[in-house]
Design a protein around this ligand. Structure first.
Ligand code: ADE
Length: 239
């Protein structure tokens, strides 16, 4: 998978390129990353990348021209057919199923905006998909782009080991994760649930599923609404 990043702050992306699971994916070349910076496509002395909005109002917008040229440069690297994703609070909500779908692409161009946003005509001309990572406003699209990179990378074959496969991730089965425990067996007077020490794998599986169902029911009932339940799940939830 190639991620072609269009951003005024390429250094920010070291958070995913240099660390942890995503960093390893880069080292192993399962993921490659390129950058194009709109500032490199300015022509004036001040290398201006922002401009005032028509109609007035507070804040600035990103200038069309440098941004369009940076996207063109990203297409050169990612391929002419690469999907262009613009991160913004106006986008469709990014979720697990979108991460799984985007992981099937061979390249993604991720456009991170700054200031109050970009000219709508640029979105119409260049962008295939607008994505939001949640109902709040960030100071730029970079953090959102990194969220997409991380969630998509986890879905690529070979990135997570067998013991920690993407199918085991919370949300892969549409449920929140069950609680987890590690040593010591007693911590501040609280003990690990007996079943986890029992060695009974079937009992452990059922306990974990029941916990996941209970948590999802309590904290995120919306996740259960459109989800088909198995007979076992109904039984465990009713217990
Ligand atoms: N840019 C600013 N806020 C954002 C959000 N919530 N999601 C995606 N991109 C953003």
């Amino acid at each position: 998978m190639h991620f072609a990043l269009v951003s005024l702050f390429p250094e920010m992306f070291t958070a995913v390129s240099d660390h942890g699971v995503t960093g390893r994916a880069v080292t192993q070349a399962v993921v490659t990353i390129s950058h194009s910076n709109p500032r490199d496509y300015t022509t004036d002395r001040h290398r201006t990348v922002d401009d005032r909005p028509y109609g007035g109002g507070p804040g600035m917008l990103m200038k069309i021209d440098p941004l369009q040229q940076a996207i063109a440069a990203a297409r050169q690297v990612a391929g002419a057919d690469a999907r262009v994703v613009y991160l913004s609070p106006q986008g469709r909500r990014f979720d697990h199923s979108r991460a799984v779908a985007l992981a099937r692409e061979t390249a993604l161009i991720l456009v991170a905006g700054r200031y109050e946003g970009v000219d709508e005509r640029l979105i119409e001309a260049e962008v295939d998909e607008e994505l939001s990572i949640g109902d709040y406003v960030l100071s730029g699209g970079e953090l959102a782009a990194m969220v997409v990179i991380d969630a998509v990378t986890r879905q690529l074959p070979g990135v997570l080991g067998h013991a920690l496969s993407a199918e085991e991730d919370s949300y892969a089965d549409g449920l929140l994760d069950c609680p987890h425990y590690t040593r010591p067996e007693t911590y501040q007077g609280k003990t690990v649930p007996d079943v986890l020490l029992s060695g009974n794998h079937e009992a452990i599986r059922r306990w974990r599923l029941k916990q996941a169902l209970g948590r999802t029911h309590e904290r995120r009932p919306d996740l259960l609404e459109g989800r088909a339940m198995t007979a076992e799940e109904n039984e465990l939830l009713a217990e």
